[in-house]
Write a protein that binds this ligand. Sequence first.
Ligand code: S3P
Length: 171
Amino acid sequence: LRVALGERSIVMVGMMGCGKTAIGRRLAQRLGLPFADADDEIEKAAGKSISEIFQDHGEEHFREGERKVIARLLSGGPQVLATGGGAFMNAQTRDAIRENGVSVWLKADLPVLLRRVGRRDSRPLLRGDNPEAVMKRLLKERSPIYAEADLVAESRDEPHDQIVTQIINLL
Ligand code: S3P
């Protein structure tokens, strides 16, 4: 590895559907690091699903919980951490990731993302009648911020291990 990880974690960022969880989990296995998924940890901490948190308390409350959970996970030593698509948009969360991690943007284009999110409907932001338009807008708004990540890996439809190898070669 060219990057000295030291106490830092590898933090997967990028849009819903880009594969942060699946690729992150595999990356962790190959590096012999623990893996954590921020969305899962938020659900555990809240005792509710992400959809329920959005419904009952709103997005702002979710973002605050997300920030706290990510800060806690990052203080737990080196690991691979998959974050939800909006986490890196929050300036405080982004700062915590910058301080404690090496961020990897898993970059995928709109058709790939749409195909992948079509498989799950657990995402409150895509509940409306035009999820495609929402994804398109979010991708446009968020890409310049994702681009601030330390590393960028392209995610198309390659086998996961190939993307993981791409990331390991960047590290
Ligand atoms: C969100 C992405 C989701 C989840 C929440 C909000 C977003 O995570 O955190 O629904 O703002 O893009 P995934 O990126 O894992 O789907």
